[in-house]
Design a protein around this ligand. Structure first.
Ligand code: IVH
Length: 601
């Protein structure tokens, strides 16, 4: 499997075109342009229309056999009608990737388990391809784009192969017709290099709107005969070139490491970097998660490090560059005591983090409140981290319930707090009382309970105080809640102080019940409930799903409004989901939750 030559600007492309014209003797070459998918390269073999073998690129000569795992990727068909095109054996080439949505879900899952995130979808995709358990691979929601035919033989007796194979754009079409996801819709065929230059720049401008990461475009001579005429070097074909987009990676110096105490007492090392511009922001510090992570990435103070900002993911360190060390670098030393309250730190067995176990530790108290008001939790707009810190330092805020009993008179006397900002603040705090139970549960900041788990819990109960009576086994009955998470929830609800806090929040008017569940189980029917589907569904066709709703007496809504009961959000859901999030009464559920709901009814 060859690689591609790279270009970075218009001049490089002009150069490429000049050589192509020389080699072919043609002046106005037709080019096919398509995205350069940022994933893991694969090669697939189909024999007599059946998928028989799949391999990674490896060093280009020898890769890994990943046939079993490839079979778990939904967009790769197990059989494809190549024989219709006169093709008997065929080797096709493509890229396995994780969509931004799947990647976010994957990283959220890691975060819920207290594990550090992966730096980019590419690493996630190539890692997933190598997993030993194919069932796990299936759950990663990998996608594959196929973009090249490397080799094929023709069916005996079939005197011609399809003329689609005579051009690259035709090849993409054949792959598409055979059931593959090829860049059939994303491709563009143009004449002459000027059009190419215009197109790649236009495409770069809309790069962030794609549901997956691309790191450039690939320009290919469209005519296969011309491709053959141009040939290849030992490294790359002469008929194709990659146009690389502005890098989302940069190198910088790791200057120092600071240790921050989080809301669960975890002491997290944060790398202080020489500030560097990266994809539109200046990066000055990056979490380096835990001791194991530091070891794995081989990080030292003084190191040059490669950092990356993939899409909307928080910047991560990809690796250190030990080859440029000077000998002056220093090991990163972990503190023995909490940097805030100075109590001794513990590292529980089979955990990667050191913890401050003093739950009164001011750092933890403040972080818990910051989490509580944050966007994904109670979403108390205009409160924010800065105000939590300020009010805490001035003794105006001691704990979470205190958010609802602020002394506005005292706050009004502070600098920067006019009537308008106090009005905004009180309105936002008041509005948060209507937040649904799953947000309240998430806002509590129970370890390992992220947004998804909080929703699972909220869906399984009527009232938050039921959790006080549940044992670990009962908790594990809930979908996707394992031993570790159940233990953590159990511990939280056995703590009298936590129950007191919840009672206090209830008195203050927060939502402690799952209202919709209470109502719908009373009737135990979807009768008169309105549904709307958005994004891509994986298991059902849109029409099938809508029929299911109607069969159960529900209705399909035409848009998101306060009249909508359920928004079923599939993959890459967009504006409807954003809109629904702003309406407290709309229940947002996944495709699986929808199926469960239908099942229960
Ligand atoms: S064509 C023989 N087309 O980029 C030509 N490659 O940096 C084979 N890649 O190793 C490559 N998108 O893994 C081609 N649309 C695309 C691509 C693509 C991503 C990868 C491929 C290649 C690497 C080179």
């Amino acid at each position: 499997m060859l690689s591609l030559d790279n270009s970075y600007n218009a001049e490089d492309l002009l150069d490429f075109d000049r050589k192509a014209r020389e080699l072919t003797g043609i002046n106005d070459i037709e080019y096919c342009i398509e995205p350069k998918f940022d994933g893991a390269s694969i090669s697939l073999i189909y024999e007599h229309d059946q998928f028989t073998r799949g391999a990674t690129r490896g060093d280009g000569v020898e890769g890994e056999d990943v046939t079993t795992n490839i079979k778990r990727i939904r967009s790769i068909p197990l059989s494809a009608p190549f024989s219709k095109y006169g093709v008997d054996l065929i080797e096709i080439r493509g890229e396995v990737l994780m969509t931004k949505a799947a990647f976010k879900k994957y990283n959220d899952g890691l975060a819920e388990q207290g594990l550090p995130p992966l730096a980019n979808p590419r690493n996630a995709a190539s890692g997933s391809l190598r997993i030993k358990d194919p069932a796990v691979v299936g759950k990663r929601n990998l996608e594959a784009f196929l973009y090249n035919v490397s080799y094929y033989t023709t069916v005996a007796g079939h005197h011609t192969t399809s003329n689609l194979l005579a051009s690259h754009s035709g090849t993409l079409q054949m792959l598409w017709e055979c059931g593959f996801r090829s860049p059939q819709k994303e491709k563009q065929v143009v004449k002459g290099i000027d059009e190419v230059i215009k197109h790649v720049h236009d495409f770069e401008a809309m790069r962030d709107t794609l549901p997956y990461e691309i790191d450039g475009m690939v320009i290919k001579v469209n005519d296969v005969d011309l491709q053959d005429k141009m040939g290849m070097t030992t490294h790359h074909p002469r008929w194709a070139i990659a146009f690389k987009f502005k890098a989302r990676q940069a190198t910088t110096k790791l200057r120092a490491v600071e240790f921050q105490v989080g809301r669960t007492g975890a002491v997290t090392p944060v790398a202080k970097l020489e500030p560097v511009a990266l994809a539109g922001v200046t990066v000055g510090s990056i979490s380096i998660h835990n001791e194991d992570y530091i070891k794995e990435k081989d990080l030292m103070i003084g190191d040059t490090v490669l950092i990356e900002r993939a899409g909307d993911v928080i910047p991560q360190i990809v690796k250190s560059l030990p080859e440029v060390r000077t000998g002056e670098e220093k090991h990163i030393l972990y503190p023995k005591k909490c940097p805030v309250c100075h109590s001794e730190l513990f590292r529980p067995e089979e955990e990667a983090v050191w913890r401050c176990i003093n739950i009164e530790c001011p750092a933890q108290v403040v972080e818990r409140m910051i989490h509580f008001v944050s966007k994904d939790a109670m979403d108390i707009k205009s409160f924010g981290e800065a105000n939590v810190r300020k009010f805490y330092e001035l003794d105006l805020l001691k704990d979470v319930p205190g958010i609802y009993t602020l002394d506005y008179e005292a706050i009004g006397k502070m600098e920067g707090f006019g009537k308008r900002s106090i009005d905004n603040l009180t309105a936002a705090i008041e509005a948060s009382k209507q937040q649904p139970l799953h947000r309240v549960i998430y806002a509590l900041g129970i370890r390992y309970v992220g947004e998804t788990t909080a929703k699972t819990i909220a869906n399984a109960i009527h009232d938050v105080f039921e959790l006080e009576k549940m044992n670990e086994e009962q908790l594990q009955q809930m979908e996707d809640i394992g031993v570790k998470v159940a233990q953590s929830i159990y511990t939280f609800f056995q703590n009298k102080e936590n129950i007191k806090m919840l009672e206090r929040l209830k008195e203050l008017g927060l939502q402690m019940q799952n209202i919709k569940r209470a109502a719908s189980t009373a009737k135990n029917t979807l009768h008169e409930q309105t549904f709307l589907f958005t994004g891509t569904l994986n298991k059902l066709k849109r029409t099938e799903a809508e029929e299911m709703v109607e069969k159960h007496g529900g209705k399909i809504a035409s848009g998101v409004s306060s009249k909508l009961n359920y928004l079923v959000a599939g993959e890459d859901a967009g504006s409807k989901l954003e809109k629904a999030k702003k309406i407290n009464t709309v229940k947002i559920i996944t495709e699986d939750e929808f199926l469960k709901l239908i099942d229960e009814n």
